[in-house]
Each structure stands twice: as structure tokens, then as C-alpha cells.
Design a protein around this ligand. Structure first.
Ligand code: CTP
Length: 405
């Protein structure tokens, strides 16, 4: 599964360092090439010989142990696809966020412009320390960094609480997910610009109240992630806060979303409209909080929002436009009617009456319908897999058209 992948494991000086030995074996079992760098103090917890045998590579420890014409921190950084810091101590995290490079590992982390997964592990009081928490937040400012948060439980120091290294399965899984999201140099969407909308729009009533919907934005995010992994130039227009390595445009209302889509429209090759756009907005948004009166009723006048999907479909030239619809009854009948009304090239339809798929769920089951009303069912599975099937299916039916235009 990880054949051809180069994983660089950084081990810092915490008792959980012994668990990194098993993590090395998990990556090796999947045929990854694993290299290891230890901080000098980490060798108080694990031996160089153990790590060397498990990784079948020499272990990096000393910064100025130069064997090559290239400085060590550059050569390690060049070779690896991803770094996993396991365990990541409060000390090393503190150095990383302050740009301190006082050993080989911190120097390599600093010179590494690719994804890094941090798996912190420490005593509960250290984890809860306000400065450590500030440093954890700072780590997340780098969009290349992911954190696998520690678990709660019995700690080696004899106390109970948060700080125990997350399960190795979780660290392994996160690493694989991050690896899969790295743009492939030869991905089939190389050279394509793909715009994705996601999340439910928010229509203000007054400064403290709004109209919105239950859309989580997960389907759109999964589409954007997959297109990015396939080498596309991705723009995600979303109402949610997202950290990504591709361009993300945060919007609030349907009108904001329309403007953002218009900005990207001309140069887009594919547009996936997964957002749940509010059909109506409040006619006169109150500038101040609306106060309660003695009346038992209040009337809000709503006006229609522009239909972004219909609008861009009527103006399209070369773009392939994919709409989405969520229905609570008569799914295929309504969807087939909707693709005709909206004029888009494809429509992805899902049934929101089902509790096991849709809105907040990580799973979905959808039908992909084209203009001739040919319908393909994509069975229930994780949204990330549904996203890849939708993109592949749409691309398979239009890729040549796009390349030949
Ligand atoms: N959509 C849009 N602009 C709107 C409403 C919807 O671009 N003002 C897009 C959505 O992003 C989605 C598709 O249209 O891709 C279908 O959304 P849906 O809410 O099902 O369409 P409606 O026209 O609102 O249909 P209904 O009559 O069922 O309300």
C-alpha cells in the first residue's frame, strides 16, 4: 500500500518513544521506506540499534555528522514524502513553532516544506499548560501540519488524564490520509482548474440571528481534496473554516458565493456546486438586534436569492458544470426534472430522508445523472470515496472533450 513512499519518523524524548518502534514496523509492513531521526535525548528511551534494525536504515542523530556534500537537514528533507513526529514532546513542539533548530530533528522539521504529522504525548499538566496549548494552536497555522491529539487515560507517570499518545492505528491512518492528499505529479487532473462550492450559506436576519441549513460542507471538501490529490488547480468556495494547501475562499451568504464563483468562472474547467445555497434571504436585514415586542408573531419578508447553478449553466462556454441535489422524497423524479431546469451537465442526487447518509454523516449514497438522463448509482460509502467516484465518472465522460477543446 505504501510502496514507493518515503516516510521520515522523528522521535523525541518522551516515554511513548518505545511505541514508535511498532509504528516503524506498521509502515515497513506496507512496503514504505522508513528513515528515522532521533533527538539525542530520545536515545534514553529507545536504542539506536533497535531503530536501525526495524527501519533497516541508518539513524540520524547528530546534526554535524556530515557524510555527504549536502547538509544532513537538506538531504533528509529532500528525500521524504512526509514526516511523522512520534512522540512529539512539549519541548520539540515549542522549538518548532519558534523556529528553533538546535538539533538535527528540529533543523529537518524547519527545512521540510512537505506535510508533517505531529503526535504529541506528555503529562496531563504539561498538555494543559497554557503555553503548550498556545504552541499547539501555532502549529496549526502551518497548513502542512496535522496533529493527532493525545488520548485520555492512564499515563506512565501514574496520573489519569489527557496526554497519552494516540493509538498507533490513528497515527498510521492519519499519515496515510495526508499522504493520499498530496498532489500527484502525474494525477489525471494535472493542468485542470476545478472550482468546488461547499457548505450551507448563511443569510443574516440581524447582527445575532441568521437563516441557514444543516449542510456540513463535507461532500464539497472531499471533492476538493480528491481533485487536489489528482493534481488539479483547486479553488474551494466554502462557508466553513477550512485549512488546506489549495486555495480556499471563505464566503457567508448566497450573494457572496455568487461573486466568488463569478471570480473563478472564466478560467474553470470543472465546477462542482456541492453547496446548499439558501433559496431566499431576508429582504431588509436589521442593522441592530431585533427586540421582542408584545406581539405574538413577527413577519420576516424573504426575497429570492439568485440561482447560481442555473445562472452559470446558462453562461457556460467550455466549463463542465455539476450540480447537486438533496431530496427528501421522489429522489430520481425530482432530480431528473432539476437537471433540465438548471441546465447543468451532471446532477448528483442524494436522499436526505435516510439517516445513514447525507448531511452530517461521513457517508453518502448518490445517483449521478447526465443531460440525457442516463443514471449511475454510486453505492453507500465514505464521502471521500463517493467524491473520487463522482470525479472519475464525470472526467471519464468529458475528459476527452476537455482535452480536445
Ligand atoms: N443552487 C444554487 N443557487 C441557489 C440554489 C441552489 O446554485 N440559489 C445549486 C446548489 O448548489 C445545488 C443545486 O443548485 O448544486 C440544487 O440545489 P437545490 O436546493 O436542490 O435546488 P433548488 O432549485 O433550490 O430546488 P428545490 O426546488 O428543490 O428547492
Amino acid at each position: 500500500m505504501l510502496s514507493g513512499k518515503n516516510i521520515l519518523i522523528g522521535i523525541t524524548a518522551g516515554i511513548a518513544a518505545y511505541k514508535s518502534c511498532e509504528l516503524i514496523r506498521m509502515f515497513k509492513r506496507q512496503n514504505a521506506n522508513v528513515r528515522v531521526i532521533c533527538t539525542p535525548n530520545a536515545l534514553n528511551f529507545v536504542t539506536k540499534l533497535t531503530l536501525q534494525n526495524l527501519s533497516q536504515n541508518e539513524i540520524g542523530i547528530e546534526e554535524f555528522d556530515v557524510k555527504d556534500f549536502k547538509p544532513e537537514h537538506i538531504s533528509y528533507a529532500d528525500e521524504a514524502d512526509i514526516m511523522v513526529i512520534c512522540p512529539a514532546t512539549a519541548n520539540t513542539i515549542g522549538k518548532v513553532v519558534n523556529g528553533i533548530c538546535d538539533n538535527l530533528l528540529t533543523s529537518v522539521i524547519s527545512a521540510f516544506a512537505k506535510p508533517i504529522v505531529f503526535a504529541p504525548a506528555m503529562n496531563t499538566n504539561m498538555w494543559n499548560n497554557v503555553f503548550v496549548q498556545e504552541n499547539i494552536q501555532k502549529l496549526l497555522k502551518n497548513p502542512m501540519y496535522s496533529i493527532v491529539e493525545p488520548d485520555s487515560g492512564y499515563l506512565a507517570c501514574g496520573t489519569e488524564g489527557k496526554g497519552r499518545l494516540a493509538s498507533l492505528d490513528k497515527i498510521y491512518q492519519t499519515t496515510v490520509e495526508v499522504l493520499n492528499s498530496i498532489p500527484k505529479k502525474n494525477g489525471f487532473l494535472q493542468g485542470k482548474k476545478i472550482v468546488v462550492t461547499a457548505g450551507g450559506t448563511v443569510e443574516d436576519i440581524d447582527p445575532v440571528r441568521y437563516i441557514s441549513n444543516y449542510s456540513s460542507g463535507k461532500m464539497g471538501l472531499a471533492l476538493a481534496d480528491y481533485c487536489n490529490a489528482q493534481g488539479a488547480d483547486v479553488v474551494l468556495i466554502t462557508t466553513k473554516d477550512i485549512d488546506a494547501t489549495y486555495k480556499v475562499v471563505k464566503v457567508k451568504s448566497a450573494l457572496d458565493m455568487l461573486n466568488a464563483v463569478n471570480d473563478e468562472f472564466e478560467s474553470a474547467d470543472y465546477i462542482f456546486m456541492a453547496a446548499a445555497v439558501a433559496d431566499f434571504r431576508v429582504k431588509n436585514t436589521a442593522g441592530q438586534k431585533i427586540k421582542k415586542t408584545n406581539d405574538d408573531e413577527i413577519t420576516l419578508t424573504l426575497v429570492k436569492n439568485p440561482d447560481i447553478l442555473k445562472d452559470i449553466s446558462s453562461r457556460k462556454t467550455h466549463q463542465i458544470i455539476v450540480g447537486f441535489c438533496a431530496e427528501s422524497e421522489n429522489l430520481l423524479e425530482y432530480a431528473k426534472d432539476k437537471i433540465k431546469r438548471k441546465g447543468c451537465d451532471f446532477l448528483v442526487a442524494n436522499d436526505i430522508s435516510r439517516k445513514d447518509i447525507g448531511f452530517s454523516s461521513d457517508y453518502n449514497e448518490v445517483y449521478l445523472i447526465n443531460k440525457n438522463l442516463d443514471t449511475v448509482k454510486i453505492d453507500r460509502q465514505e464521502k471521500s470515496k463517493i467524491a473520487s467516484k463522482i470525479v472519475e465518472e464525470v472526467y471519464a465522460k468529458t475528459g476527452c472533450l476537455q482535452t480536445c477543446r
